[in-house]
Design a protein around this ligand. Structure first.
Ligand code: ATP
Ligand code: MG
Ligand code: MG
Length: 547
């Protein structure tokens, strides 16, 4: 059997299971429903769900919905759809907001232990007393309130007696602690805001640090995996679990996944959406899961990418070329081959007398189980304008006056005559076909170097084709000077309004993948395809990039 290299978190889990610390594990994927999932989240999803595929246990989906202002059920729905599409199933669907009652009781417990107090300071005052990494902070003048007074005030905060920002509940730890996050962190704030699930029941909301670890603990999560920026939070995570005497979940950290030529923060992606730089969260140029799905990426390719890059202990940027390599590899295996001409030049086959002749072409030479489709050949064809040159350079293997090429699946043709309009533009080329040269039955003895894709005019179907380039002009827009949006590539979308496709594409289906010969991999757009066909290019056929 294939021995697979374990990543460092898998190694920790394996040790914990071998040592008997756990019989099975519980992980969770904890998105905040304030945006659509992106490729960074895919890494976290593959890691968390991957662990419980490899080892005994299960993974929960938990919405970290403690911030009423930015959250929305539209995001909840999209997140669930994206995880399922990626191929994973959660055991339980939880919401941190379902724990608001328990979290409130935990806060009361801390107050009763003398470990939390209500502070009337403004956020500016709190910040000004925080100190610096090298200098201790100063105690708030409200720090020594009695337990009874704190209980009373906290209860009245909950009851809605005080305006936003007028009071907070803070942990009572140590204002001289070397870890700034341990200097009496805020646990609760007042926010008279409507919550997408709890409605107007609450006007105090727990801070991330007072919700995340506690939710992990309530769900008996064994391995709580987060990204590196939470390393300094681990001390508080452990302090709260210890003081509350609740189930000891453990936090582990790995480096965020970044990708070249894009940005991967919901805040920045939301700006692109709101300021209409893109056509929504699922714009095919976005690094969101929904955007990549619309673009034609497959879940297999995304999982393969996450597998290949693995997870790191240090911040790094992955080459989007590797992601494109992964999708190309998968699409090569599954895509149906089709011919589509983007910029037509008419070819008249002068010696072809018949009506349409129906030829056959295999759907996918990489898949022996794939079928064939019928391809019409006739007197009038389209080839790509760029596949013809009147005065070609040496070693030009496409069509030129007197030259010969093979039309894929069909015949060898020879160019006899060029027809031009008054301004000298080529409008048609007249060719003869070699009847003995039919593909698979070629007895002509003629060797040609070039093979072109083409479409018969009479039976062609029209389609809109969208070609994408990178959304940003620089590798790492977030690390450049100034605003990241200054680096947007204004030419990231090129639309071919009317392309001509072989008739098999009339029955194209969403979720089916196509290779347009010599053009790349394509899929139907899942939003704009209704009365007409709209294809998105997922990725070009080749790239110089090697894994
Ligand atoms: P963003 O900065 O894009 O808003 P976030 O971390 O705030 O991301 P959450 O919804 O809180 O987004 O993330 C859910 C989970 O996905 C968290 O465990 C988080 O650590 C993980 N995650 C988010 N972004 C990345 C990333 N770029 N790489 C790896 N994991 C990520
Ligand atoms: Mg977050
Ligand atoms: Mg964030």
């Amino acid at each position: 059997s294939e021995e697979k290299h374990l990543n460092f978190i898998e190694e920790i889990v394996e040790e914990d299971l071998e040592s008997g610390k756990y019989k099975s594990i519980v992980t969770r994927f904890p998105p905040e429903p304030n945006g659509y999932l992106h490729m960074g989240h895919a890494t976290s999803i593959c890691l968390n769900f991957g662990l419980t595929k490899k080892f005994p246990g299960y993974t929960n989906l938990r919405f970290d919905d403690t911030n009423p202002v930015t959250e929305d059920t539209e995001y909840v729905d999209s997140i669930k759809e994206d995880i399922k599409w990626l191929g994973f199933e959660w055991q339980n669907e939880h919401y941190a907001s379902d724990y608001f009652d328990e979290l409130y009781e935990y806060a009361v417990k801390l107050i009763n232990k003398g470990l939390a107090y209500v502070d009337d300071s403004t956020s500016e005052e709190i910040a000004s007393l925080k100190g610096t990494p090298t200098e201790p902070g100063k105690n708030s003048k409200y720090r020594d309130r009695s337990i009874a007074e704190n209980l009373d005030l906290f209860q009245r905060m909950k009851a809605g007696e005080f305006p936003d920002g007028s009071k907070t509940l803070r942990a009572r730890i140590d204002m001289a602690h070397p870890n700034m996050l341990m200097r009496d962190p805020v646990l609760y704030r007042i926010k008279h805001a409507h919550h997408h699930r709890t409605g107007d029941k609450w006007c105090i909301y727990p801070m991330y640090d007072f919700a995340h670890g506690q939710s992990d603990s309530i769900e008996k999560v064994t391995h709580s995996i987060c990204t590196l920026e939470f390393v300094p939070h681990r001390e508080l995570y452990n302090w709260l679990i210890e003081k509350l005497e609740i189930y000891p979940s453990h936090q582990y950290e790995f480096a965020r996944r970044n990708l070249t030529y894009t940005v991967m923060s919901k805040r920045k992606l939301l700006q692109l959406v709101n300021e209409k730089h893109v056509d929504g969260w699922d714009d095919p140029r976005m690094p969101t899961i929904s955007g990549m799905r619309r673009r034609g990426y497959t879940p297999e390719a995304i999982r393969d990418f996450c597998d290949r890059v693995g997870i790191a202990k240090r911040e790094n940027v992955s080459d989007v070329g590797l992601l494109e390599f992964c999708v190309r590899e998968h699409l090569n295996k599954i895509a149906l081959r089709r011919m589509v001409v983007f910029d037509p030049l008419k070819v008249i086959i002068t010696n072809f007398a018949e009506e349409t002749q129906w030829l056959e072409g295999e759907d996918n030479p990489e898949d022996e189980n794939s079928g064939t489709r019928k391809i019409p050949f006739g007197k009038e064809l389209y080839i790509e304008r760029e596949d013809f040159m009147e005065n070609p350079p040496k070693k030009y293997f496409r069509l030129f006056p007197g030259g010969m090429v093979r039309l894929k699946y069909a015949y060898i043709i020879r160019c006899d005559e060029v027809v031009k309009d008054d301004s000298g533009n080529v409008t048609e080329v007249h060719c003869t076909y070699i009847p003995e040269s039919r593909s698979g039955h070629d007895t002509s003895g003629i060797n040609v170097k070039g093979t072109l894709h083409w479409v018969e005019v009479k039976n062609a179907v029209t389609a809109e084709v969208r070609l994408y380039d990178r959304l940003f002009k620089v590798e790492d827009p977030s690390s450049e000077e100034g605003d990241f949006k200054e680096y947007i590539n204004d030419n990231s979308l090129h639309t071919v309004a009317t392309a001509f496709a072989e008739p098999a594409l009339k029955n194209a289906r969403i979720n089916e993948r196509y290779q347009f010969l010599r053009k790349g991999y394509f899929t139907l757009d899942n939003k704009d395809t209704y009365s007409r066909l709209v294809f998105n290019r997922t990725v070009s056929l080749k790239d110089s990039w090697k894994p």
